[in-house]
Design a protein around this ligand. Structure first.
Ligand SMILES: [Zn+2]
Length: 131
């Protein structure tokens, strides 16, 4: 009998890691925290000038863009919108999870199998602290 539950703690550890920020010992580099976009509420909070990154989970390519308007932010995470990875052939589709009656829904970037294949993160200013 093989243990099939072994991968679940590993996945949780990875999620925790995404929430933290890196620190290199002995340097004064100001690392910026990234906040993962998880819900439509995170999208609604985006303001012009905010920077967002898209990370491809299949090849680790990261792209960055600056938000120019509220409308742009909303369109970026509109249900059904698609993203092409600049490095591999991965295409991610914006998918909302949970009942439509909920005010804020979970936003995922999924492949053709419904698996999360890209993540969107908001770059925090080094000066500002978490709310
Ligand atoms: Zn890719």
């Amino acid at each position: 009998m093989r243990k099939i539950t072994q991968s679940i703690p590993l996945m949780l550890m990875m999620l925790v890691f995404i929430g933290g920020s890196a620190q290199a010992r002995g340097t004064k580099t100001a690392w910026r925290k990234l906040h993962k976009v998880n819900t439509t509420e995170d999208i609604a909070k985006l303001e012009p000038g905010d920077k967002v990154t898209m990370t491809c989970k299949k090849c680790d390519a990261v792209s960055m863009a600056e938000i120019s308007s509220k409308e742009e932010a909303e369109n970026m995470a509109k249900e059904g919108a698609t993203y092409d990875c600049p490095s591999c052939k991965n295409v991610a589709k914006v998918s909302y999870m949970g009942p439509p009656s909920k005010k804020h829904r979970v936003v995922k970037f999924v492949d053709e199998h419904g698996e999360e294949c890209m993540t969107m993160n908001v770059v925090h200013d080094a000066e500002s602290s978490d709310e």
